[in-house]
Design a binder for this molecule. Structure first.
Ligand code: SF4
Length: 349
């Protein structure tokens, strides 16, 4: 087993990417980078990391920021619960730990939004504690090198891989080893087209020898995808727009949107504008529909959203909605789908 850690650390020392969070020991910045990089590629997350560190250099700066501002900085990165949890956790660290990031694995693991993987990453990278990380990269590398076919989405598989990762971890080099295995998975043992011919492990890799590289890691369940049909009514009067904040526990909580009518199937424009709930917020008869957009398909991990935007001019202010000047629309955090529509319509740049 020793060969594995030695080889991968050696590989890392000469092949690692130069990234702003490499080599730092500040647990706050490591936490930021780890949360940003969950479900996000490094290329995409990099500018967000720099933006957060610049705007909130210390955990108390993040804690004191208004939630709308934090969401705005997160706009476009997706999985918005991460931003809400970051903000809430920063506040808790200020209250419970007087602004000093907790130092033990157990305390770190208790922070909201921090799971086993993130706690192990912070504990090892910031404090050199001997905790092995297991993320998507680690599952891939270990399942292939050691030829493990247990499903990574089963309890048994998770337990097995965590134990294997713990066994492989050189206790005194936890920080560099954890970074090395994740970097190797990201750069070399990639999900598709891994460079097996030139790989440092190819003489020992079970998956390569048995030609089952593309079958590993194994997953037992397929993701169930739900189709949803969104109809956004973009009310305008003069230079004013009307928006709502999404407050329900659903996708995009705490982001802003136009008036939403969700239907169980694709609707014709006139059918949408006849729905009762719309009549409740605008009493006047005969809306002036200025424009109906093309249908946008927005793909999330578990949902496909089919969305049409209706621009409706009205003299009445829709009940309960937030009035926004066109020039100020950029201050609000919208989901990427709406941002795309606003750009397509030249409403924002
Ligand atoms: S030989 Fe291929 S599958 Fe095996 S560790 Fe190397 S890159 Fe991954």
């Amino acid at each position: 087993m020793d060969f594995f850690a030695k080889k991968i650390i050696k590989w890392f020392k000469t092949n690692q990417r130069n990234l702003p969070w490499r080599g730092i020991k500040d647990p706050y910045k490591i936490w930021l980078s780890e949360i940003i990089l969950q479900q996000t590629q490094v290329n995409q997350g990099l500018s967000y990391y720099l933006k957060f560190v610049k705007n909130y250099p210390k955990v108390k700066d993040l804690a004191n920021a208004p939630v709308d501002e934090v969401m705005k900085h997160w706009q476009g990165l997706g999985y918005y619960s991460r931003a809400r949890n970051l903000h809430e956790t920063a506040k808790n660290i200020v209250i419970k730990y007087k602004g000093v990031f907790p130092k033990t694995y157990v305390e770190i693991r208790e922070l909201k939004g921090v799971g086993d993987y993130t706690a192990a990453a912070i504990a090892s990278l910031a404090y050199d504690l001997p905790h092995a990380v297991v993320d998507g990269n680690v599952y891939r590398v270990l399942s292939r090198v050691f030829g493990v076919k247990l499903p990574i989405d089963s309890g048994e598989g998770k337990k097995y891989f965590q134990e294997l990762a713990n066994e492989l971890l050189p206790k005194k080099e936890a920080a560099i080893y954890n970074q090395a295995i994740m970097e190797f998975g990201a750069l070399y043992c990639r999900p598709v087209n891994p460079d097996c011919e030139n790989c440092i492990f190819n003489s020992k890799c079970v998956a390569f020898a048995r030609q089952i590289v593309n079958e590993l890691p194994f997953k037992s369940k397929k993701i169930k995808v739900t189709d949803r049909y969104f109809n956004y009514i973009l009310f305008t009067t003069g230079q004013l727009f009307f928006i709502n904040k999404r407050l329900t526990k659903d996708i995009w909580q705490d982001l802003y949107e136009f008036y939403l009518i969700e239907t169980d199937r694709r609707q014709k424009p006139l059918e949408v504008l006849k729905v009762k709930e719309l009549k409740n917020i605008i009493k006047q008869k005969g809306f002036n529909i200025e424009k109906v957009s093309k249908e946008y398909k927005h793909v999330l991990s578990h949902q496909h959203l089919y969305t049409t935007f209706y621009r409706v001019r009205t003299k009445q202010v829709p009940k309960g909605m937030i009035k926004v000047k066109l020039s100020e629309i950029n201050k609000y955090a919208f989901p990427r789908l709406i941002e795309k529509y606003l750009k397509d319509e030249n409403i924002i740049e």
